[in-house]
Design a protein around this ligand. Structure first.
Ligand code: MLT
Ligand code: ZN
Length: 470
């Protein structure tokens, strides 16, 4: 971390690799690469390089390795833990994948899509759709996030319950190593038991072990029938029970199962122009979808759930437009929080059965610390993953609220750990959660992680100061 700034000779050599036009030195022009949307980090860099292809990435890294220059890889800059933003030191060069956006091939018979790492997620979904296939990774930032970033953070999103997270969707990778060598692991195989699984080392590594430049990802048949329901539900326990019931009665066809509290609904209606599709308010809502069920399955599930007192009201989408409207409520939710002042976010996971205990215990702790805090715990209940976000109390000074950041984190994480959970389910570690690593990873795990880092990046030039603790 304490390296000197790159010399002007190094900066010129790096510039020459990509060409003047794609090397940004001007502060105003590089601003978009220095900030992220939450506004927590604002980096300062001497240079942003935007290579056109893997060969240029390789040449940039060879120079960086030789000159001991730190490199921060960046995809769509939508990450939530600061992994993609350089430090404020003016010593780290940003390498953006934003020109490497090609969809190289869609193979509907092997069910694969091969892309460059800068491909925008939505363009992959569209390319799959055009071939009558589904690329199921789906998340709020899909219009601008890039697959290299999704892989590097092992992103989750709305369909993990059925299709897995980004790691599970990946068949092959191309990675440029810290010294510029290229590993071509762009395999299309479903089975390959030939020793260590190198691909998985780079997924979720947040650019600390190598720079992902290409990927082969899985495709799936497109569902022919979707049943999407928006449901007023009594409690998180009722939601967990409803999930089991829905799985049983549908023959395991649940492809999404999201929970949200009344507060989240209220602010999404208030600020984002969403409409509550249900007439009476409810403390909790569930948005769930079945793919290719026997028609009418969701109605049968809801009838049973109502008889059992779990569900008070619900609507099942009758058209694609209605389905989109229901999904928009959920997708607009993260942004709605920004209109209510500061929020202290958590991306936690516990076993699904422990979600109700998590809410009970975490709410009690927060209420003791800050009785007027507005708790917005919502998200991927089907994956045991809740975005447990604490929004500042009405009338409280923003700075006074933010001064409680560490105390609130510590309190929530203590509950998560006592329930056998994780403090990062799908957003990663980055800068935000790095200091917690010694508490959540055993010495044996940290030893193995550090060993991998030393072997693959002996000079520590790849995304320093992220993920691994000091
Ligand atoms: C979501 O599921 O909405 C995002 O992962 C949460 C976020 O943006 O904090
Ligand atoms: Zn999420």
């Amino acid at each position: 971390m304490n390296r000197p700034p790159p010399s002007s000779d190094t900066l010129s050599r790096l510039t020459n690799v990509v060409g003047e036009r794609y090397a940004i030195r001007d502060l105003a022009a590089m601003d978009g690469y220095m900030r992220e949307w939450r506004g927590i980090w604002h980096g300062v860099s001497p240079l942003v390089v935007r290579p056109a292809n893997t060969d240029e990435v390789s040449r940039v890294l060879a120079i960086a390795h030789e000159t001991n220059t730190a490199i921060v890889p960046q995809g769509g800059n939508t990450g939530l833990v600061g992994a993609q933003i350089p430090h404020e030191t003016n010593t780290e060069v940003v390498l953006s994948l934003d020109r490497m956006t090609r969809i190289i091939a869609v193979d509907a018979s092997d069910n694969t899509i091969t892309v460059e790492a800068g491909a925008i997620l939505r363009s992959m979904q569209d390319a799959a759709d055009a071939a009558d296939r589904l690329f199921p990774l789906s998340l709020a930032s899909e219009g601008s996030c890039r697959i290299g970033g999704n892989l590097s953070s092992n992103a989750g999103g709305l369909n993990v319950i059925a299709y897995g997270n980004t790691r599970e969707l990946c068949l092959g990778l191309e990675v440029v190593l810290a010294d510029g060598r290229v590993w071509n692991g762009l395999k299309h195989l479903r089975k390959d038991n030939t020793g260590y699984d190198l691909r998985n080392i780079f997924i979720g590594a947040e650019g600390t072990l190598g720079i992902i430049t290409g990927a082969v990802m899985k495709l799936f048949p497109k569902p022919r029938v979707q049943e999407t329901a928006f449901i007023a539900i009594a409690s998180p326990q009722a939601a967990v029970d409803l999930l089991s019931l829905a799985r049983e009665l549908s023959g395991n066809r649940v492809v999404a199962f999201e929970i949200m509290p009344q507060f989240a609904m209220d602010i999404t209606v208030k600020h984002m122009g969403a409409r509550n599709p249900l007439a009476t308010p409810s403390p909790w809502y569930v948005l769930s979808e079945l793919a290719d069920p026997v028609r009418g399955t969701f109605l049968r599930i809801l009838e049973t759930a109502m008889e059992r007192g779990w569900v008070s009201d619900a609507t099942v989408a009758q058209s694609a437009a209605q389905r989109n409207e229901l999904w928009a409520i959920r997708e607009l939710m993260p942004e709605s929080q920004t209109h209510e002042g500061a929020s202290i976010k958590h991306d936690i996971a516990v076993p699904v059965s422990r979600i109700p205990a998590f809410f009970t215990e975490a709410d009690a702790v927060i209420r003791r610390m800050m009785p007027d805090a507005r708790i917005m715990g919502y998200g991927h209940l089907g994956d045991g993953n809740i975005h447990y976000n604490i929004t500042q109390p009405l009338g409280m000074e923003k700075q006074a609220f933010l001064s409680q950041w560490d105390a609130i984190n510590d309190a929530v994480y203590a509950v998560v750990i006592s329930l056998g959970g994780s403090i990062s389910a799908e957003h990663g570690i980055g800068r935000l959660k790095r200091k917690y690593m010694p508490f959540i990873k055993s010495p044996v795990e940290l030893h193995m992680m550090r060993g991998l880092k030393r072997m693959l990046d002996p000079k520590g030039i790849l995304n320093p100061g992220k993920l691994l603790p000091e």
